[in-house]
Design a protein around this ligand. Structure first.
Ligand SMILES: [Zn+2]
Ligand SMILES: [Zn+2]
Length: 222
């Protein structure tokens, strides 16, 4: 079976946190069955979907035992991705749960998965989805033009005025960023103009790759 993608590891670790203190075998069984069916819904490895062994309940039980070994520090074979996700979200379990709900709320939609996010601790699906909206949504593109027409040509993070640097090419170079917590996607109905900001391509890249270091107008990373 193919290795778990980062989004699948997010689902796995979330399921582990959901059931780790629960003794009811029925609840554990329900969570693990749901994990298996959600894994099979994600847009990875379509060629394996018809194989009942793919992301099966028994496979998920094995993966959960691997995650458990990270906590009990026993000698099992957890993967590097599992360890990274487990450690990153250990004290952010509620955020991880919302994040997973958000992944499941968009995973059936059609949009390309971007390889630049294939190792992203936020997963590949949500950042790819946001990039897709930013580049294709009519309302988003209209607003970009509108802001630019009304003299907004500076990146709201680094302050660079791209019109001064690039003249009329600035409109093509500037990008628009949907400034919303990825974990809140599942509650969002549509794009609100107040959530959109103009950014330069460099700052935009960081906003997607390291959202934890980024707040509007302020980069907090080293
Ligand atoms: Zn910038
Ligand atoms: Zn963006």
């Amino acid at each position: 079976m193919p290795k778990l993608a980062i989004d699948e590891v997010l689902l796995l670790v979330d399921a582990y946190f959901q059931i780790k203190d629960i003794s009811s075998s029925q609840i554990r069984k329900d969570v693990i069955e749901e994990l298996s069916s959600n894994m099979r819904r994600l847009p990875f490895n379509p060629e394996f979907r018809s194989d009942p062994r793919y992301r099966s309940v028994s496979g998920m039980n094995m993966c959960l035992a691997n995650v458990e070994s990270l906590e009990t520090k026993s000698l099992m074979h957890s993967s590097k991705k599992q360890r990274l996700v487990f450690e990153y979200y250990f004290d952010k379990q509620a955020i991880l749960h919302d994040h997973v709900r958000s992944i499941l709320s968009v995973c059936d939609l059609e949009f390309p998965l971007l390889s630049e996010f294939s190792e992203n601790i936020q997963g590949t699906i949500l950042p790819s989805y946001y990039r897709y909206i930013e580049n294709n949504d009519r309302a988003v593109l209209d607003l970009k033009k509108h802001l630019y027409t009304y003299g907004r040509s500076s990146c709201c993070v680094c302050g660079d005025d791209l019109k001064i640097k690039y003249g009329e090419d600035a409109l093509d170079i500037m990008e628009i960023h949907l400034n919303r917590l990825l974990s809140q996607t599942y509650t969002a109905k549509s794009v609100n103009a107040s959530e959109l900001v103009l950014v330069c391509p460099n700052c935009h890249r960081i906003a997607h790759l390291r959202p934890e270091n980024y707040t509007l107008g302020f980069y907090t990373g080293a």
